[in-house]
Write a protein that binds this ligand. Structure first.
Ligand code: NAI
Ligand code: MG
Length: 801
């Protein structure tokens, strides 16, 4: 080719990064790896190994050990032993270790980048410029949190040894998102990398050795799903942090339901990329490239659903096709490639099948026409590289498979909308809720739309931005919990014990007696409270409740599945509460306090008679309840978000949003105070609730209807369904339109709540069967509950021309 030709075609020359450094590293280790446990390398007792390949060529890179049961036990044991010592270090001492890790990562950045590209198939451009720099940033940032732990989280402490299971799409980055906060907070770790991509985690373990990280603080067990499942089930791990598919997330939710393990799940997505007609289209089109062809589309937050305003749809589709034609797909080590290889033939087949399915369902398929290095020179030996062309499906309907299923490959689907409201509806028409990208030059419009999108991250006029200071995580079936940022630290901390001795009286439930007489007529039955109205239970049946002395106190409605359904519907209709101003919610709560106080005597008598506590004790309960309402009225307009300044020209707004419709199942002890302690943070944050009161003391809740009615709480914000707590709790757990569930009850009720909630992956809090001291402000009031009642949405806003 002569110079004139080059000017004509503007062909790229190859610009390969040398793999030698990484290949030497592998060779030095004879391409065989053991497990990293208690600061040493071990051969797996299972005796089993598996190969890890280079997706770009299909060649085997190394042999990796399969950790079996006894290997996992040793690793967990090491983490358990190391925990007290690691936690006891000062924040400063832990910070020094994290800082040393950051420095070493920086020093070996090139080796990490090349090794990651070899093992994963993603381009060197990405590993070098995105993955590894973010990893380094993560360790620096969290060295800071370690240093500041005591001053910034004074009421919190580490959880214990934690198990972490990560996917193959961002191997080292996902390691850093999990390991850095865990160690900073004082936990110890057993990590299981994904079976396709263990190498950078093993190199990271070597770095831990080099900096002299105390043995057992960080351990790596390699293997596939079975090894992961062993971690999940291990009784000595206090938390599981998982990133991966929603299917496996569901299995983990169910497998840990009857334990008090903490759980954070970062699952799949089908994120919308919304382009309004007033968007800067050139930028938006480059945005699409970064949204869906970044990392071959194997990104949980990939902008895989392109939603175009009708007036510009045709134009954008044409221009995008032109832009697609110019993408460069090929050798991931070539520095000028846009896209590299797909992780594995299994994944490629999955992608292919879904595209075929899309075609069958009527989509028009447009594919990149270049030559894929399918049959690379090494293919004769080992099957060749694994590539899939950038693909664009138009004429897609919102309900079709390709519009709903996470494809996890370089496949974009597009749909159109007319109005901003329609854009929001279409965007939220997904079981997932991880991220969204909004393109409009009208910042008012973009910021109007952002809070309406049901997802944890919104990028305005940008996409796929990440930073250690900004939390990341999903709503709905995209999981729960946040990684990164201030909120991410809470995922690795628990509240310290208040140290207040437990006063038995405070949590006592006096013996619950069966009523001796059942002669009341149905008319006297306290009804359910749904949509601001007292309604008869669907069953028509009532349950009698007794006073402490055994006399009949009254009858309560026996609510069932249908009543819960009606209550959930009413709660959804009250969604205006979410967008009401915090000031208004505060005012209404103050009014509620006033009205409860006005009826203090009535409640005191009721509590006394029902529970058998002394007049004085019942009085203290009512008084504390009134004070608690004041506290949440105060907090209602103060649980505000943060503004982050990630390393870009722009801001990220961390907004505390209500979860939506919350189910609350209340305990028997101190029935008024415990019920309000759960109800208040929920509504102060803007959630609407379906509340199941204590079965024996439900009359306290039904008396409370009047207080609600006189306090301007909008109808549908608080719905109360009395009945059997276990039964109704399970109905709430299984209900797909309930976004979160809190259960304070028996161990059994708590386990059910977690197990049955895996359908829509609702956020669940339970007391794990342990009684709380509802009089203790430290555990039963305040920001910890406001955090429970909210989730953080991070809205990224770049600025400048
Ligand atoms: P996966 O969810 O099976 O794997 C993720 C991690 O979980 C791996 O380390 C794996 O070994 C482990 N694992 C698998 N089964 C387990 C179990 N029963 N208990 C504990 N750990 C277990 O994802 P996979 O099979 O690699 O990919 C399948 C699909 O999942 C992809 O096509 C994609 O749609 C989705 N996916 C989504 C990711 C995300 O970040 N949202 C990441 C990886 C995959
Ligand atoms: Mg590999």
């Amino acid at each position: 080719m002569n110079i004139t030709d080059i000017y004509e075609t503007m062909e790229y020359s190859p610009a390969p990064e040398s793999p030698d450094l990484a290949l030497e590293w592998l060779k030095d280790r004879k391409a065989k790896f053991g497990l990293f446990i208690n600061g040493k390398w071990y051969k797996a007792k299972s005796g089993k190994v598996f190969g890890t390949n280079n997706p770009a060529t299909g060649e085997k890179l190394a042999s990796i050990s399969v950790a079996g049961k006894s290997d996992v036990d040793s690793a967990v044991n090491a983490a358990k032993k190391a925990f007290p010592g690691w936690k006891a270090l000062s924040g400063h001492e832990r910070a020094r270790y994290l800082y040393a890790l950051a420095r070493q990562l920086q020093k070996h950045a090139r080796l990490f980048a090349v090794l990651e590209t070899l093992d994963n198939g993603k381009t060197i451009r990405e590993t070098r410029d995105i993955d590894i720099p973010l990893v380094i940033r993560h360790f620096y940032h969290h060295a800071g949190w370690a240093q500041l732990l005591d001053s910034e989280f004074p009421e919190h402490t580490a959880i214990g040894p934690v198990g972490q299971i990560i996917p193959w799409n961002f191997p080292l980055l996902m390691l850093s998102w999990k390991v850095a906060p865990a160690l900073a907070a004082g936990n110890t770790v057993v990590l299981k990398p994904a079976e396709f991509t263990s190498l950078t985690a093993l190199l990271f373990a070597e770095i831990c050795e080099q900096i002299g990280l105390p043995p057992g603080v960080f351990n790596v067990v390699t293997g596939a799903g079975e090894t992961g499942a062993m971690l999940v089930k291990h009784p000595d791990l206090k938390k599981i942090a998982f990133t991966g598919s929603t299917d496996v997330g569901r299995i983990i939710r169910e497998a840990t339901a009857d334990t008090d393990k903490k759980l954070t799940l970062e699952l799949g997505g089908k994120s919308p990329f919304i382009v309004f007609e007033d968007a800067d289209l050139d930028s938006a089109i480059e945005g699409v490239v970064d949204a869906i062809w970044f990392n071959q589309g194997q990104v949980c937050c990939a902008g895989s659903r392109l939603l175009l305003q009708e007036s510009i749809a045709e134009k954008v589709i044409e221009r995008l096709k032109k832009r697609m034609a110019k993408l460069r797909v090929g050798d991931p080590l070539d520095k000028s490639m846009d896209m590299g290889a797909i992780i594995d033939p299994v994944q490629k087949e999955r992608i292919s099948n879904l595209v075929e399915q899309g075609k069958k369902e009527g989509a028009e398929v447009w594919q990149w026409q270049g030559k894929l290095p399918q049959n690379s020179k090494k293919s004769g030996k080992s099957g060749g590289g694994c590539y899939f062309p950038p693909t664009f499906l138009t004429n897609v309907t919102p309900a079709s498979t390709v519009a709903q299923t996470e494809i996890f490959g370089p496949v974009l689907v597009s749909m159109t909308f007319r109005t901003p409201d329609e854009a929001v509806m279409l965007a939220n028409n997904s079981a997932y809720g991880l991220a969204a990208s909004v393109w409009s030059e009208n910042i008012n419009q973009a910021l109007h739309v952002a809070p309406k999108l049901k997802c944890g991250v919104v990028w305005i006029n940008c996409t796929n931005q990440f930073d250690a200071s900004v939390g990341f995580g999903g709503y709905r079936e995209s999981g729960y919990g946040r990684e990164g940022g201030h909120e991410g630290m809470f995922a690795y901390l628990k509240k310290k014990d208040s140290g207040i001795p437990k006063n038995e009286l405070r949590i006592a439930v006096t013996k619950i007696k069966a009523a001796s007489k059942t002669a009341l007529s149905l008319d006297r039955t306290a009804k359910l409270y749904i949509g601001g109205k007292q309604t008869r239970p669907d069953s028509g049946y009532s349950l009698s409740v007794a006073n402490a002395d055994g006399t009949l106190a009254g009858e309560i409605g026996h609510g069932n599945r249908k009543d819960i359904r009606n209550a959930v519907e009413a709660a959804h209709k009250a969604s205006g509460w979410q967008s009401s101003t915090p000031h208004l919610r505060a005012q209404i709560l103050y009014f509620l306090a006033e009205n409860l106080e006005a009826r203090a005597n009535e409640f005191q008598n009721r509590i006394m008679k029902l529970t058998g506590v002394s007049r004085k004790q019942a009085g203290i309960e009512v008084e504390t309840a009134v004070r608690r309402i004041f506290s949440y009225a105060a907090l209602a307009d103060k649980h505000e978000g943060l503004i982050h300044q990630p390393p870009m020209r722009g801001l990220a707004l961390a907004l505390n949003e209500p979860i939506g419709v919350l189910g609350l199942v209340c305990p028997d002890e101190v029935p008024l105070l415990s019920m309000l302690s759960m109800l208040l943070p929920a509504i102060a944050m803007g959630n609407s609730v379906v509340l199941v009161p204590s079965r024996p003391f439900a009359l306290v809740a039904t008396d409370f209807y009047q207080v609600l009615e006189t306090s301007d709480v909008p109808s549908g914000v608080v719905n109360i369904v009395s009945g059997d707590a276990k039964e109704l709790g399970s109905v709430l757990a299984k209900h797909d339109d309930v976004a979160g569930l809190w259960v304070s009850g028996t161990a059994d009720e708590c386990a059910n709540a977690k197990k049955f909630s895996s359908g829509n992956m609702k956020i669940v809090w339970t007391n794990n069967g342990k009684k709380l001291d509802w009089f203790d402000n430290h555990q039963s009031e305040g920001r910890v509950w406001m955090r429970r009642a909210s989730q953080v949405k991070n809205v990224w806003i770049p600025y400048g021309e």
